[in-house]
Write a protein that binds this ligand. Structure first.
Ligand code: CO
Length: 170
């Protein structure tokens, strides 16, 4: 992460978890998805957003109105959604947070449940937990030998085809 990105991460976190929680988990999912599409295309169509989030356009519209009144998006007419500067900053943080958690789950060897668990874990995680996970990911990336040792160690105890055969008492 560059210095500028770090700034946005801390700032994004503060925006989300300031005096009172700014966005609900669902609103965070919307903003993250809007940011993903906006990054590629420069704007987002309401129908497209509803489709990506697997929701009805009427419920998408309700949540987008809320993001609009919070100044995160500019939603006027013709079903076109644009991000404000504030929305871009927060959206960028949400996407980074998602990617950090997803990379962590990948590092510990989660495959099928990775996306679902990322979505579960991302909302409401403290900044310091997120930062420490980021460092752990970086540590693995910078030390592939440690990654291999971890994988070998794990293989001794854990068979992902049969998670019920877990040798530890947790
Ligand atoms: Co996400």
């Amino acid at each position: 992460m560059k210095k500028k990105d770090e700034f946005y991460t801390v700032r994004g976190y503060k925006m989300l978890n300031g005096d009172k929680k700014l966005l609900t988990a669902s609103m965070e999912d919307y903003l993250e998805m809007i940011y993903r599409i906006h990054k590629e295309e420069g704007y987002v169509r309401m129908n497209q957003l509803a489709e990506k989030l697997n929701v009805r356009p009427s419920s998408a519209s309700k949540t987008v109105q809320k993001l609009n009144s919070l100044g995160m998006v500019d939603y006027q007419k013709y079903g076109i959604i644009k991000l404000t500067e504030e929305g871009k900053k927060l959206g960028s943080f949400l996407l980074k947070r998602h990617n950090i958690i997803e990379e962590f789950l990948k590092n510990i060897g989660i495959k099928e449940m990775r996306l679902k668990d990322t979505e579960m874990m991302e909302h409401g995680m403290s900044l310091s937990t997120l930062q420490n996970i980021y460092i752990l990911n970086k540590f693995f990336a910078d030390n592939p030998d440690v990654m291999t040792r971890f994988e070998d160690y794990k293989a001794k105890y854990y068979d992902e085809r049969d998670p019920s055969d877990f040798p530890f008492d947790i």
